[in-house]
Design a protein around this ligand. Structure first.
Ligand SMILES: CSC[C@@H](O)[C@@H](O)C(=O)COP(=O)(O)O
Ligand SMILES: [Zn+2]
Length: 205
């Protein structure tokens, strides 16, 4: 298998797993995986597809600017520029974006604070935060309709080879060194969001 085929398979398997959790409602979500560094190329989901289905047209390779590397009728994800920002600024190998009810509600509740913090939660260890008083702070940015504008604001919150950013009333994008790590971070975030919502609900009674 070529690197491209390997990466395609890796991303397709992740897509299937996230689809099984119903994390691609209404064709939302997009996924990317790095194929090469020089030149920078990554596979990204084709725009507007039903991501619960597995087809030969699910992904296409794009370059550093998010343009298809070969002639194709497929359109790269509308949010490809966010993935470009990640691969430009970090050595991450995989980036995942999903919309869930939990991540949208959390982004709205804490949106005015510009972040949500988690402390004293076991699952923050997914982000390599091991100290007893460690704090995981997930930025929340406005959902700019203009994607270059959204990507620019998103970019200003990329500071490490792994991370997560919430887009208000839109979804979350996470990145990590490979598919395994990116998926782990995504699952950890969704656990923390669901926990927080359950806690708020109990406290409000
Ligand atoms: C159909 S709603 C979701 C889109 O607007 C977008 O936010 C999204 O996540 C998927 O867009 P796509 O272009 O398929 O990658
Ligand atoms: Zn989206």
């Amino acid at each position: 298998m070529t690197t491209l085929q390997n990466k395609w398979e890796e991303l397709a398997n992740i897509k299937d797993e996230l689809a099984a959790r119903d994390w691609f409602m209404g064709t939302s979500g997009n996924l990317a995986i790095k194929v090469s560094d020089e030149p920078l190329q990554f596979l990204v989901t084709a725009s507007g597809k039903d991501k619960k289905k597995r087809t030969m047209e699910d992904f296409l390779p794009v370059d550093v600017s998010g343009h298809p590397v070969e002639k194709t009728d497929l359109k790269p994800s509308a949010e490809t520029l966010l993935h470009c920002a990640i691969y430009d600024k970090t050595s991450a190998g995989c980036s995942l974006h999903i919309h869930t009810v939990a991540n949208n509600v959390i982004s709205e509740i804490y949106g005015d604070d510009g972040k949500i913090d988690f402390q004293g939660q076991e699952l923050i260890k997914a982000f390599d935060l091991w100290e007893e008083d460690a704090l995981l702070s997930i930025p929340i940015i406005p959902n700019h309709a203009d994607i270059p504008n959204l990507a620019e604001e998103f970019r200003s919150h990329i500071h490490a080879d792994k991370g997560a950013v919430l887009i208000r009333n839109h979804g979350i994008t996470v990145w990590g060194k490979d598919g395994f790590e990116a998926k782990k971070l995504l699952e950890a975030c969704e656990f923390l969001f669901q926990y927080q919502l359950a806690l708020l609900q109990i406290k409000s009674k």
